[in-house]
Ligand binder design. Structure first.
Ligand code: UGA
Length: 441
């Protein structure tokens, strides 16, 4: 089928490359000319495992093309996926101006029956506005349907999540639109047998916001338990593990730490709460989820102080900058806030991240960087772990202890085993577990 994907961020570019991979003729469109040029040359403008190969395959076979011409997105497509940004306004509301602009231009350029499908995360009833806009802007007699088919991919696993999804959701009001979207997804469904939920537009929109908000709730829930563990000597890892053995709860997203970040959860929890308020619903749980998450970093800075005393005159190594492993995305990355807190206290910070350092250098002018994790820790009074990269979990603790000025580790992601750290001679503080080890040399 002929498919357009409008917006070439994480969701857009992954969707475009994966749909080309499964056999569709895909046009990726973005108004950022530099980004389109980069993608057209066969480069991915961000770190995402596996995406580069798929992009190059798409360009080589000719099944994937890119353009800055939004009008072409309409003329090319039987289905046009809208994957533009929906950032947060200062009041928490989702800013939908890009969605409206896309709807307007696509409507004016319609050429034959087209399904315009939202993939961006949008508040419930956005689809109605898209439809109204298109009815006003489309030429007389133009045929189209508006649908919602939310994306559930995670950064760092975007390709796998797209090609092997847990579920596909199609929200549309006409059988014709549902049929078209089923055709787009058919190669993926045939190969994986994943369930397809067919529903109306508003329900599809709500599925997406509700899924992200529920996952964020699990994280804030376990982080509240971690606080209780810290005051009672209990171990949050064991509590979470045993809770997760109950199939009604499940083990996923119960990892305690310095909280959720990224381009989705902080934005979506806020926007969902705002939309609920607009609709006269007091979604109090979400306010608490946000409050708990925002309190994570000050509590973590206090924890660092509790093992280091003053921050001034201290050299602190930070391992991990990205908001999660396998990405270079620094949007709402907890590590950046931790570094801000360390700097405000007067600490000198040396940072390491396997892929996010080039992007971080622009954001953190007062921080030194080291290409080698152990060099970052050299002469440090404390090592702070902010992102759970697998290579940090496999760190050589004896080597680390050799290079550091003081053997102190504060682990914001519970990545190391307390017994291992203590055995290697470290004072080791983590989240929701007792601090182990004795004062350093
Ligand atoms: C999230 C959802 O997981 C995807 O399903 C969704 O499609 C995506 O948002 C989106 O709306 O586009 P993503 O933000 O890429 O995906 O990353 P997650 O793996 O969900 O992690 C989000 C944050 O939660 C990270 O900072 C991570 O460190 C934190 N987290 C996650 C925890 O603190 N504890 C956990 O147990 C799990």
């Amino acid at each position: 089928m002929r498919v357009s994907v409008i917006g070439t961020g994480h969701v857009g570019l992954t969707t475009a490359a994966c749909l080309a991979h499964v056999g569709h003729e895909v046009l990726g469109v973005d108004d950022d000319a530099e980004k389109v040029a980069t993608i057209g040359r066969g480069d991915v403008p961000f770190h995402e495992p596996g995406l580069l190969d798929l992009l190059r395959e798409g360009l080589d076979t000719g099944r994937l093309r890119v353009s800055t011409d939004l009008g072409q997105a309409a003329t090319h497509a039987e289905v046009a996926f809208v994957c533009v940004g929906t950032p947060t306004k200062p009041n928490g509301e989702a800013d939908l101006i890009q969605v409206e602009r896309v709807a307007t231009i696509v409507a004016r350029n319609l050429d034959g029956y087209t399904v315009v499908a939202e993939k961006s995360t949008v508040p419930v009833e956005t689809g109605q506005w898209v439809r109204r806009t298109m009815v006003t802007e489309a030429p007389a007699g133009a045929e189209f349907d508006v649908a919602s088919t939310p994306e559930f991919l995670r950064e760092g696993r975007a390709v796998q999540d797209t090609l092997e999804p847990d579920r596909i959701v199609i929200g549309a009001s006409s059988d014709r639109a549902v049929h078209r979207l089923r055709e787009v997804y058919r190669p993926i469904v045939d190969r994986t047998g994943c369930p397809v939920v067919v529903t109306d537009l508003a329900t599809a929109e709500l599925i997406k916001h509700s899924s992200n908000a529920f996952l964020a709730t699990k994280i804030s829930f376990v982080n509240s338990i971690a606080q209780i563990c810290e005051r009672t000597g209990a171990d949050v890892e064991v509590v979470a593990q045993a809770m997760g053995l109950d199939p009604r709860i499940g083990p996923a997203f119960l990892r305690a730490g310095i909280g959720y970040g990224g381009s989705c959860f902080p934005k979506d929890v806020r926007a969902y709460r705002y939309r609920a308020e607009q609709l006269g619903v007091d979604f109090e749980v979400l306010a608490a989820v946000e409050r708990v998450n925002e309190a994570r970093i000050p509590a973590f800075i206090d924890k660092i102080r509790s093992v280091l005393w003053n921050l001034a005159d201290k050299r602190v190594a930070v391992w991990g900058l990205a908001f999660k492993p396998e990405t270079d995305d620094l949007r709402h990355a907890p590590a950046l806030e931790v570094i801000e807190g360390l700097r405000a206290g007067g600490a000198q910070v040396v940072a390491h991240d396997p892929v996010a350092m080039p992007a971080a250098k622009h954001l953190l002018p007062d921080v030194s960087f080291s290409e080698d994790a152990y060099e970052a820790a050299r002469r440090a009074h404390c090592l702070v772990i902010c992102t759970e990269w697998p290579e940090y979990a496999a760190a050589d603790l004896a080597r680390l202890r050799e290079v550091m000025a003081r053997p102190v580790i504060v682990d914001g992601r519970n990545l190391l085993h307390p017994e291992d750290a203590a055995a290697a001679g470290f004072v080791y503080a983590s989240v929701g577990r007792p601090t182990v080890g004795t004062a350093g040399r």
